[in-house]
Write a protein that binds this ligand. Structure first.
Ligand SMILES: Nc1nc2c(ncn2[C@@H]2O[C@H](COP(=O)(O)OP(=O)(O)OP(=O)(O)O)[C@@H](O)[C@H]2O)c(=O)[nH]1
Ligand SMILES: [Mg+2]
Ligand SMILES: [Zn+2]
Ligand SMILES: [Zn+2]
Length: 238
């Protein structure tokens, strides 16, 4: 986590040590997760570098989801309402968080955003994090699953260079695969190998929001996660 980019600059105290900040965030995140669980909402934290295609994937996802699966979106950016507006054009509820200087969402921001939406009629809540491969990995925002996007235009070395976020991913999506014919130096084997080493195998899917190739596999994953989230929960530990 970085001190210079705004990570530690919000909140009442002027000097907050990293551990206290993260511990406080974790407490709020646990509370946010209770909101989600009380409504049986599956919350998915979408993370990637800027422009890897998070919003485009969400737009394609809205169109591809099986009928009856109800979604809502929380958008995180430093400035603008643009991404929320893109989602609303598809008739889906979207709340925009603008972080100002902060390079990641935190649990308090997400809790505040919940004031602006009802979770009663939501099955999956997508939370599009601020475009950044570093800081979002440190902040629990109450999600159940982490999905990390890597676009083929970023280069096949990104999982090796930014291991933390890829290691903590429940699913990695290689995006913009329609551009692979032009990105002849993107070695899919190298990218997949790095992800596999970081996560000991695990799930990776190749998708294109533009051509919709691979979206069916992403839908299958979402529907399976939704079903798992609906199973009776173990009794809460006091
Ligand atoms: N060719 C191609 N372009 C894509 C695809 N997905 C997204 N793009 C383009 O990539 C650019 C960035 O896409 P966004 O969906 O805005 O990316 P993002 O990750 O939401 O960006 P930030 O929210 O700013 O971090 C846009 O010009 C999209 O049209 C894809 O599957 N194929
Ligand atoms: Mg976006
Ligand atoms: Zn940062
Ligand atoms: Zn609350």
């Amino acid at each position: 986590m970085c001190e210079s980019c705004g990570c530690a600059s919000h909140g009442a105290e002027t000097v907050v040590v990293r551990e206290n900040l993260l511990a406080a965030n974790d407490r709020v995140a646990a509370h946010v997760r209770k909101h989600f669980d009380a409504h049986r909402v599956l919350a998915i934290n979408l993370m990637s570098s800027p422009g890897a295609g998070k919003t485009s994937l969400l737009e394609a996802t809205i169109a591809a989801l099986p009928p009856g699966v109800r979604v809502a979106v929380i958008e995180g950016d430093l400035e603008t309402e643009n991404d929320a507006e893109r989602i609303r054009r598809h008739g889906v509820k979207a709340v925009q968080i603008t972080t100002g200087v902060a390079c990641h969402l935190d649990a308090t921001m997400v809790h505040d955003a919940l004031d602006e939406m009802s979770l009663d009629d939501v099955d999956i809540l997508f939370i599009e994090n601020v475009g950044n491969l570093v800081c979002p990995a440190d902040f629990d925002i109450g999600q159940h699953r982490n999905v990390v996007l890597l676009s083929v235009t970023e280069g096949d070395d990104k999982p090796e260079k930014y291991p933390v976020i890829f290691r903590n991913a429940d699913l990695v999506l290689i995006t913009k695969t329609d551009l692979l014919p032009y990105m002849d130096d993107f070695d899919m084997g190298r990218a997949l190998g790095a992800v596999a080493r970081l996560r000991g195998g695990g799930r990776v899917k190749e998708v294109s929001a533009k051509t919709r190739r691979g979206l069916d596999g992403w839908m299958d994953w979402l529907v399976a996660e939704l079903a798992a989230n609906r199973l009776p929960q173990p009794a809460a530990v006091a």
